[in-house]
Design a binder for this molecule. Structure first.
Ligand code: AMP
Ligand code: MG
Length: 400
């Protein structure tokens, strides 16, 4: 048996980021950039106008005043998307729309609202400064320059930015392929009529959706009876096509607990089994080649807490994401349990604010899910002696 800290360390030590792949940009949402990105071009790519207005030479307006406006001949219109090869000479101007390329020779754009145009002549009543409303080529980004660093998280803003540079593919750490195998003779699908002795299989849908909450879909999700040969067959198949296997149930010392021997017979090396924690004491972690294997106890609250505390950080590390769960500290405002040699993960209601508070919920049993469903946090009670007192500070893992 090991401590929760040792368990975390062993998982981290045995988990390395997946091999990067190239992804089409929109499909890279939620993933992590695996290499630095260089810009394939300058940005902006042209000198463009920031406004609808008139492109001109600022020097031409030096003597402009309301009583003696400067008049500039308007030679034509530049819409966004147009490209003009001629050079603007002194004394003339061009209508130019937002995003339109400013003709060579022009150095400023005066807003349309400030110009009166009559019979193809623009009248300017004030001197304007050079560079007004200009967006210069390469002003933000130059071709070949680093624009994003390996490790960056690709949210929609990052994807928009990379798209603006013309990129369509990016090197990222892929989504891990996760296989979910739940086992138990007693399990029936929710909605079905139960036979005597059966219970509803809550873990499968709970963990499938817990993965979806992380933007991951299981590559395989099956329910298998407690039958060594059938379990072995299914686990063998699952191992072939995943980066991480979550096997739920049958990981303890009961007569129908076959998960460990089955994993061993398939060449999975045990890294640890049993962690000094409650719930989730029989947690198993193993490895075969690069494939990681978690064996979670079947009691639903144990399965979920272990999934949240250990499997999710491991999945995040495979993807190159940050590993730690969000942690807060809060004052306990309800009564607490006795401490012992195990770390406790207690279902709790957390109230954030200048003085964060936490209440421990009724129904801490590892077979009870209502408190987990209604609560919004896990309160962590380290091992120790004596009763946890009202007013003590606890580490909180807020749940999203
Ligand atoms: P096990 O870890 O297989 O010994 O199961 C421990 C407890 O969790 C038993 O009471 C099982 O009936 C229950 N259990 C196991 N798997 C599930 C599941 N998928 N859904 C709900 N309860 C389960
Ligand atoms: Mg079982």
């Amino acid at each position: 048996m090991i401590t929760v800290e040792q368990a975390r360390r062993l998982i981290s030590k045995n988990t390395t980021r997946l091999t990067p792949i190239s992804k089409l940009l929109p499909e890279a949402l939620g993933l992590v950039l695996a290499r630095d990105v260089q810009s394939p071009s300058d940005y902006p790519l042209y000198d463009v106008s920031a406004m609808d207005g008139y492109a001109l030479k600022a020097a031409d307006t030096r003597k402009a005043s309301p009583s003696h406006p400067v008049s500039l001949k308007v030679l034509g219109t530049q819409h966004a998307g147009d490209y003009l090869k001629t050079r603007l000479k002194p004394g003339v101007s061009f209508r130019v729309m937002t995003g339109g390329v400013v003709p060579a020779g022009a150095d400023s754009v005066l807003e349309r609202e400030l110009v009166t145009e009559k019979n193809g002549v623009a009248f300017i009543t004030h001197p304007i400064s050079r560079g007004r409303n200009m967006r210069y080529r390469g002003e933000g980004i130059t071709k070949g320059g680093k624009v994003m660093t390996a490790g960056a998280f690709l949210h929609s803003r990052a994807i928009g930015f990379l798209a603006s540079l013309g990129l369509d593919r990016v090197p990222v750490y892929p989504e891990p392929r996760v296989a979910l195998v739940v086992t138990g003779n007693e399990l029936a699908k929710p909605g079905r009529k139960l036979k005597a002795g059966q219970i509803y299989n809550s873990n499968q849908w709970m963990l499938e959706t817990a993965l979806k909450e992380q933007g991951l879909a299981p590559s395989l999700s099956i329910c298998v009876p407690d039958h060594p040969a059938r379990l072995k067959n299914q686990v063998r198949k699952a191992l072939r096509s995943c980066d991480l296997l979550v096997l739920v149930g049958g990981v303890s010392v009961g007569d129908s607990d076959f998960s460990k021997p089955v994993l061993q017979s398939l060449g999975v090396r045990q890294v640890f089994w049993r962690v000094a924690q409650k719930p989730g004491f029989p947690l198993y972690f193993g490895k075969r080649g690069k494939t990681l294997v978690f064996g979670l106890p079947g009691n639903p609250a144990s399965a979920w807490v272990n999934f949240y505390e250990y499997v999710l950080p491991c999945l995040r590390k495979l993807q190159g994401l940050g590993v730690e769960n969000i942690r807060r500290t809060a004052k306990l405002i309800s009564h607490g349990p006795n401490r012992g040699f195990k770390t406790l993960y207690l279902k709790a209601q957390f109230k954030d604010g200048p003085q964060p508070q936490v209440v421990l919920l009724k129904g801490q049993g590892s077979h009870l899910l209502q408190s987990l469903a209604e609560g919004n946090a896990l309160a962590v009670v380290p091992s120790g002696k004596g009763k946890l007192k009202k007013g003590e500070k606890l580490e909180i893992h807020p749940l999203h």
